[in-house]
Structures are given as structure tokens and as C-alpha cells.
Write a protein that binds this ligand. Structure first.
Ligand SMILES: C[S@@+](CC[C@H](N)C(=O)[O-])C[C@H]1O[C@@H](n2cnc3c(N)ncnc32)[C@H](O)[C@@H]1O
Length: 253
């Protein structure tokens, strides 16, 4: 299956994929509360929401007293994040850019990347570049929480094809091809009125060992893992792989 290299540029538009559907938005307050508990941040701490999308978590972090910077490539999602913040009577600093080229230097107490917003590029070196950018963006000792689909679960439950009903009353047909590196997908969406649209995408598959190696390569130290936002222990059967990592307090450590 041939996936366009820069597939993310046309995939993340509301007319095709909306990460802030009603179900996802309803989960955000509890997920944000879990994240802040694990990051142990004081009010007023600076937090980078990397690939914040329409800001469903970013506004929850801001409502809980964090100074939040949301970073994303999609101008449409960032506009939605700004509107969401206004509606919730809170403020976000929103920056548009590519995660491979993060423009921050030592300014954040913590960073997060939520809902498998990582592993999108054909070359592993681009994932490492992204993680190095996160390490650079953090203050010494700063924490990074990364939430991914668990690669072990994906491999053990692989299905080349599936149908599911979409929130808007339409349907989604997924075709998948699994390689040693990752998951090549094609989505065919059939809207409520029968209209169809199609996109291909790639996600590199990370299990505990692989993400730990990538984080270490980028100068981040993995500390803890959970298998979900309820704080369960991470197992191969867990749906999520939530990892907490730290930038060492000094280069010598
Ligand atoms: C699955 S969505 C998740 C959004 C958000 N974290 C959430 O949980 O609602 C992935 C996000 O990554 C963003 N993204 C994809 N490729 C990107 C890139 N190269 N640089 C920056 N953001 C990117 C998309 O625009 C989208 O908002």
C-alpha cells in the first residue's frame, strides 16, 4: 500500500477526520486530570501540548491553571482550539508548525503528546528528530508524557479489514497492512448521505521497548508506563501505551 509521504497535510481536516467528536471531547477532562496528576505540575507551570489538534485537552490543562502552548500543523484545528478556549473562558498560546521542527528552547516544565499523534513519518529518523525537539523544548528535569496505541496490542489483534459506524451516522471501512515497521491504513468513509471519501496514512508501531529506545536516543529517560488513562499497569494486552519520560536535570547525569 503506497501512502503519500506527507499524508498528514490532507488527512487532518474536519471534512475528513475530526479528533474532537462528542465522545472524544467527553473523555478529555478525565484524561487531562490523569496527565496533570502524573506530571505533578504546580499551577502556573508551562506545558506544551504537542499536536494539540482542536485543543480538547489543551483547554482542560489551561482551566486547571497551566500556561499552555498548543502546537499543531493544522490551521483549521488551531482555529477550533482558539474558539474552544474562548468558550471555556481560558487562554491558550497556539503555534502552527511541523513537529519535526519544534521552535522551542528550554521553556517548558512539561510536554505531552496525546492520542497517537506520533510516528507518522516514513523515516524513523523523523520520529527521533521530533523527540529531540521535545527534549530541547523542555527545561532541565522537565517531563514528557506520550500516549500511543500499544504496538503489542496492534500486532496481537491485527485485522486486515474492518467496518465501524461513525459518530455522524456514516460508516468507516479500514484496510490495513502491517509490516515490521508499522501500520499502513486506508480509510474509506461513507457519509450519512452516502458520499464517500478516501485517505491513506501510516503510523509507526511502538511497543514498550521500541519507544524506550527512541526516547533514550533523543536524550529522554523513560520512567513509567501505564496501559490506560485509568492508571492500569501496562501489559501487552493494554490498548494504550502511556509513557512518562524525563529530560535529565543536567547533561552529566
Ligand atoms: C490524532 S490527532 C490528535 C489531536 C489531539 N492530540 C487530540 O487528542 O485531540 C493528531 C494531530 O497531529 C497533528 N499533526 C499531524 N502531523 C503533524 C505534524 N507533522 N506536525 C504537527 N502536527 C501534526 C494533526 O494536525 C492532529 O491535530
Amino acid at each position: 500500500m503506497k501512502v503519500p509521504r506527507e499524508w498528514h497535510k490532507s488527512f487532518f481536516v474536519n471534512s475528513f477526520y475530526n479528533p474532537a467528536g462528542a465522545r472524544a471531547v467527553a473523555k478529555a477532562p478525565a484524561e487531562a486530570a490523569f496527565v496533570l496528576k502524573k506530571l505533578e505540575l504546580k499551577k502556573g507551570s508551562s506545558l506544551l501540548d504537542l499536536c494539540c489538534g482542536p485543543g480538547r485537552h489543551a483547554v482542560e490543562f489551561a482551566r486547571r491553571g497551566m500556561g499552555v502552548t498548543g502546537f499543531d500543523f493544522s490551521a483549521e484545528y488551531l482555529r477550533e482550539a482558539a474558539a474552544r478556549a474562548k468558550k471555556k473562558k481560558t487562554a491558550l498560546r497556539l503555534v502552527r508548525g511541523d513537529m519535526r521542527r519544534l521552535p522551542f528552547n528550554g521553556e517548558f516544565d512539561a510536554a505531552v503528546n496525546l492520542f497517537t499523534s506520533f510516528g507518522y513519518f516514513p523515516e524513523l529518523s523523523d520520529d527521533i528528530k521530533t523527540l529531540r525537539g521535545v527534549a530541547r523544548a523542555l527545561k532541565p528535569g522537565g517531563l514528557f508524557l506520550l500516549d500511543l496505541a500499544n504496538g503489542a496490542w496492534i500486532r496481537n489483534n491485527f485485522r486486515p479489514r474492518s467496518w465501524q459506524e461513525w459518530e455522524d451516522g456514516g460508516w468507516l471501512l479500514e484496510e490495513r497492512l502491517l509490516t515490521a515497521d508499522g501500520n499502513f491504513n486506508e480509510w474509506l468513509k461513507v457519509g450519512p448521505a452516502g458520499e464517500t471519501s478516501r485517505r491513506k496514512f501510516f503510523t509507526r508501531i511502538y511497543d514498550k521497548a521500541r519507544i524506550s529506545a527512541a526516547l533514550r536516543k533523543a536524550g529522554l529517560r523513560p520512567l513509567r508506563f501505564w496501559g490506560g488513562f485509568d492508571g492500569v499497569r501496562m501489559r501487552p494486552s493494554s490498548l494504550r501505551l502511556i509513557c512518562l519520560a524525563r529530560k535529565p536535570a543536567s547533561a552529566a547525569r
